[in-house]
Design a protein around this ligand. Structure first.
Ligand SMILES: C[S@@+](CC[C@H](N)C(=O)[O-])C[C@H]1O[C@@H](n2cnc3c(N)ncnc32)[C@H](O)[C@@H]1O
Length: 388
């Protein structure tokens, strides 16, 4: 890059580059301190206490439902209905459940980064209590998502509606907090229609359902499709996702496939074993497949002139196209000149190619640290250095 942008510009550039370097170093150190790819044993509240503050990008929690089942359930033919009757789902009272909820939410809040987000899934037994606690503690609800089960279990007694959905709450750290939402990715996933908050997905069954000696390994294994959508929508590749109620490790398996880092907490050793075996077998997708389309809304908004003003690209710098057939000089106001022609990076690029339009960010190149780079690469460096 041309360094003749004047002292002010050069100083800003040096300071910004230093900020990029130190932020990147901090992020690497923080990730190195985390037990990535591990399931922490014992109680999740204690386990989360061992993690550094503000270190996690997203938490997905599928806590005990506190199902208030009144005795065994049977089908009309007398056969037994599998339901959650395990000790981990039993609480003495709503008050005990609320206290537990507030304790794990407090730790979740401490370890989430300021721009992180929290997902909690639950049923009518617990989700309203969890939602109220989240709001009381400062989380800001962004959406509640209804997971409509394509194949729900019937209401065998015929005394109520078929319970055909679960609710997910998605929240940021506060009203003004930033968070990741891959809008464009979701729209693409949904055949170019905005993704809605009602998701129709089958419950976990068939090959996906883990069984040991023909018996379900876990009563509430979630479908991978659900986690796939959650993670694709609200995390970036390389982000750290934590699941305090790991069960069979659905979160870990999907994170591995999608190139995200994961940490689990699970107090039952039998579930931990199942989860580790399962994640071992999960195949990570190729990096090129993990890339997604970027949302025009979230695309960085920065004028070419801002790079000139701040000395990232100095006036007088010569830009070329990738094959060095066309040349233009950067002017002080951020426009380009080529012979008698002048214009923005986009309009001049279009004019020189005799094309109706041109994306100047990817058309124009410059020498940067001995390599020919598109000006978009400099824009990315600038954005990295100036993001809050
Ligand atoms: C609803 S299940 C989660 C199922 C999981 N999403 C899956 O797809 O397999 C809740 C899990 O949390 C675990 N659990 C409950 N209370 C816990 C606690 N205090 N600390 C750690 N794990 C806990 C249970 O053993 C159970 O496996």
């Amino acid at each position: 890059m041309d360094k003749s942008g004047g002292n002010g510009g050069q100083m800003v550039q040096v300071m910004l580059k230093e900020r990029v370097r130190s932020r990147a170093a901090e992020a690497v150190t923080l990730q190195q301190d985390l037990p990535l790819g591990q399931i922490l044993t014992g109680d999740c509240i204690e386990a989360m206490r061992s993690l550094p503050s503000a270190s996690i990008d997203m938490i997905f929690a599928d806590p005990p439902y506190n199902l208030q089942l009144g005795g065994d359930l049977a089908r009309p033919d007398g056969s037994h209905v599998d339901a959650v009757t395990d000790a981990w789902d039993k609480f003495d009272s709503f008050a005990t459940y609320d206290q537990f909820t507030r304790e794990w939410l407090a730790e979740a809040r401490r370890i989430l980064k300021p721009n992180g987000s929290l997902w909690v899934i639950g049923s009518y037994h617990n989700i309203f209590r969890v939602g109220a606690a989240m709001q009381d503690m400062g989380f800001w609800i962004l959406n509640d998502v209804v997971w409509r089960k394509a194949n729900p279990m019937p209401n065998f007694k015929g005394t109520r509606f078929t319970n055909a959905h679960e609710t997910l709450i998605w929240a940021s750290m506060g009203e003004k907090a930033k968070y990741t939402f891959n809008y464009r990715t979701m729209k693409t996933l949904n055949d170019e229609l905005q993704m809605r908050s009602d998701w129709v997905l089958p419950i976990c069954g068939g090959q996906e359902r883990i069984r040991k000696d023909g018996v379900k390994a876990h009563p509430t294994q979630k479908p991978e499709a659900l986690l796939y959508r959650v993670m694709l929508a609200t995390t970036k590749p390389g982000d750290v996702v934590l699941d305090p109620f790991f069960g069979t490790g659905t979160t870990g398996a999907v994170a591995k496939r999608l190139g995200r880092e994961w940490i689990g907490c699970e107090r039952e050793s039998a579930y931990r074993e199942v989860a580790l075996e399962r994640i071992e077998l999960a195949l990570p997708l190729d990096e090129s497949a993990i890339a997604t389309m970027q949302s025009p809304k979230s695309a960085p908004k920065v004028a070419f002139g801002a790079l000139v003003e701040t000395g990232w690209i100095a006036p007088g710098t010569v830009l070329t196209d990738k094959k060095r057939r066309m040349k233009a000089t950067v002017l002080t106001d951020g426009s380009l000149a080529s012979g008698a022609d002048k214009g923005s990076i986009h309009s001049l690029g279009a004019k020189l190619q005799n094309a109706p339009a041109c994306n100047g960010w990817t058309f124009w190149y410059l020498e940067h640290e001995g390599e020919l780079k598109p000006v978009d690469a400099i824009r990315q460096l600038y954005l990295l250095a100036t993001e809050d």
